[in-house]
Design a protein around this ligand. Structure first.
Ligand SMILES: [Fe+2]
Length: 256
């Protein structure tokens, strides 16, 4: 039986009414497409406010109420009221199981993310890495295994002049997770997908392509701004086709 997993990220509820309206359209399209599960890899909110997270919960209720939604926090969620706690209940690593799917959710944020918005980079320590490995190893045969976290695991281009300036003077705010490559190495042969957000420009790469278990690494980008989301079709514990983009919301209806 073929199932679908959809990857969203960086919704930024509270940034603007227009972005929220795009999320409404996006959820409507996902429900119409009858997708099996949806993951959101952080920055659910703009200012980390509980009220913003509650708006997210209201808009995404059609998916959450049918147990088709999983969420990890991002650095923006650490601001304000620290709404990050609402995503994973304060845990750093947790498992979500659905038919044919084994999700390992990881909180890659750090307390310092809450001090000010520019302090954006994440962190994984040895406990996090060991916890992810142990959680991945609990997968059953026939499950597709996906690790979800907010921050990028490989270096990616800077997306603003401010970020490039910070990098130029040695500040780490736009950097990938320092132990991201180590995480990928430790997941080799044990995992099918590593999905993240944080960067608003989509990215994808396939590692170990010639091996028995390729590892697909992807950044969703800012889903409501993009108006599209990646869909992974899977069966018998593996991705069975090249991931494709599902057009969502306003941009699709305008094009129609
Ligand atoms: Fe972020």
């Amino acid at each position: 039986m073929t199932r679908t997993l959809v990857h969203l990220s960086d919704l930024h509820f509270g940034r603007s009414p227009r972005l929220e309206q795009r999320c409404v359209a996006l959820v409507r399209a996902l429900v119409e497409a009858d997708v099996d599960h949806v993951v959101v890899t952080g920055d659910v909110t703009e200012r980390g406010l509980v009220s913003e997270f509650e708006r997210f919960q209201a808009v995404f209720a059609p998916l959450a109420d049918s147990r088709r939604l999983s969420v990890v926090p991002g650095n923006h969620d650490r601001l304000g009221d620290d709404a990050a706690e609402l995503a994973m209940g304060g845990r750093r690593v947790m498992i979500v199981r659905r038919p044919g799917l084994h999700l390992v959710l990881c909180d890659s944020t750090r307390v310092e993310n809450g001090r000010f918005a520019f302090f954006a980079h994440g962190e994984l320590d040895e406990n996090d890495l060991a916890g992810i490995e142990a959680a991945v190893d609990e997968a059953h045969d026939g499950d597709m295994v996906a690790v979800l976290l907010h921050h990028h695991v490989l270096p990616m281009p800077h997306e603003s002049a401010l970020e490039a300036l910070a990098c130029a003077i040695g500040l780490p705010f736009g950097d990938a997770l320092a132990r991201g490559p180590e995480l990928l190495s430790r997941l080799r042969g044990r995992c099918d997908l590593v999905l993240h957000g944080h960067r608003h420009v989509p990215y994808e790469t396939l590692l170990h392509e010639q091996g028995p278990r390729p590892l697909w690494v992807g950044n969703a980008g800012c889903s409501p701004a993009l108006g599209r989301a990646r869909v992974f079709a899977h069966a018998h514990g593996r991705v069975i086709a090249t991931p494709h983009w599902l057009p969502l919301g306003e941009r699709r209806s305008r094009a129609a």
